[in-house]
Design a protein around this ligand. Structure first.
Ligand SMILES: [Zn+2]
Length: 354
């Protein structure tokens, strides 16, 4: 399939393939011969030295023994960053590797796999997707091809299926066709036979060989399909986008549900946490505070606006506006969060506010 994709790309979009897929992207297994043969038949391309290459490994930091995190830049997706935004990474056990989130493009997944292979030859047995957002899932296909089973919240397959088209169009428009390359939204992968799904109240343990990851599906919070990972060996809680740092929190689920989840999590033991954006590691549970404080204040302001009888238009002009603090990308995300918080209250939760 991939050799066919490469051949089609070479035929249809040589501008992209010349500069990006070849030689920037690695040859998928089995495709190298097909590409070589295709190029061999075209003297002009052969003269340009077309070939498959290898993407450089994604930069990762070992935040705890055997647990590596890539620091995603706090930026919007763009051609310059190619969709590299989220903190993604992997955990190495004695017998297997689990990847946690796959990044914002197929190329990012490839670069993450290269980073893994620089450290271990163990099989990549699981790809855990912490939630549906594109910056966390779009590299998934790379790991499925490498033999990994997808593990997601039980609600993620429907969430991705419903958004696959808009994610693909929107993300490609933002990162550009070169960075998008052969990326595909993993909606079908997430619901394919063999994928594992975790429901709230029914945790799943993955044994990497002498190292257990405990996966828990959360009630609706940042999204309706948030999954957290606890590495019991190191006391590391991988919260992904349930906790933001530097990057303004993004509300795409329930503000009240999110606060409730943070309150429950905060009383747990732990050594450190991995947020979905910002630093690769934060102290536990102190690292939860900025997200919790922002959301709490937003709820308080929404409650006051409702009590004053403000319309959504009136309220969202000012809700959260004074909370910018050290948050980055605040003008982009706070207005969306304010609208979501107001709608949530208006749609039936206001009794909790008033
Ligand atoms: Zn997210």
């Amino acid at each position: 399939m991939l050799d066919l994709l490469l051949a089609l790309c070479l035929a249809a979009r040589p501008d992209i393939c010349t500069e990006h897929m070849l030689p920037a992207a690695p040859c998928p297994a089995g495709a190298e011969a097909a590409v070589r043969a295709w190029v061999a038949d075209r003297p002009a391309l052969r003269a340009q030295g077309w070939r498959c290459g290898t993407l450089p490994a994604l930069e990762v930091t070992e935040v705890a023994p055997g647990l590596f995190v890539h620091p995603g830049p706090v930026e919007e997706p763009s051609p310059a960053n190619g969709g590299d935004q989220a903190n993604v990474g992997f955990v190495i056990g004695a017998g297997a590797v689990a990847v946690i989130d796959a990044g914002g493009s197929r190329n990012m997944g490839e670069a993450l796999l290269t980073a893994i292979r620089a450290r271990t030859d163990l099989p990549v047995r699981w790809l855990i997707l912490t939630h549906m957002h594109p910056d966390h899932v779009l590299g998934a296909e790379v790991f499925a091809e490498a033999g990994a089973r997808l593990v997601t919240h039980a609600r993620l397959p429907d969430a991705l299926r419903n958004r696959a088209e808009s994610y693909a169009h929107g993300w490609e428009a933002q990162v550009g066709p070169r960075a998008w390359g052969a990326t595909r939204v993993p909606a079908a992968l997430a619901s394919a036979p063999g994928a594992l799904h975790v429901s709230p109240g029914a945790p799943l343990a993955l044994d990497l060989g002498g190292r257990v990851l405990r996966l828990e599906a959360m009630p609706t919070a940042h999204t309706d399909n948030d999954l957290i990972v606890t590495d019991e060996a190191t006391g590391t809680l991988w919260l992904s986008d349930l906790a933001f740092a530097r990057h303004t929190p993004v509300l795409d689920g329930s503000v009240l549900g999110w606060l409730s989840v943070l309150e429950d999590l905060g009383s747990r033991p732990g050594a450190r946490m991995v947020p979905g954006h910002g630093p690769v590691s934060l102290p536990w549970p102190e690292g939860l505070a900025p997200t919790r404080d922002y959301l709490s204040a937003l709820v308080a302001e929404t409650r006051a606006a409702l009590a004053a009888g403000e319309s959504m238009t009136e309220a969202t002009r000012h809700l959260g506006a004074g909370l910018s603090g050290a948050w980055e990308l605040f003008p982009l995300y706070n207005p969306r969060n304010a609208t979501a918080a107001y709608k949530e209250s208006w749609n039936g939760s206001e009794i909790l506010f008033l």
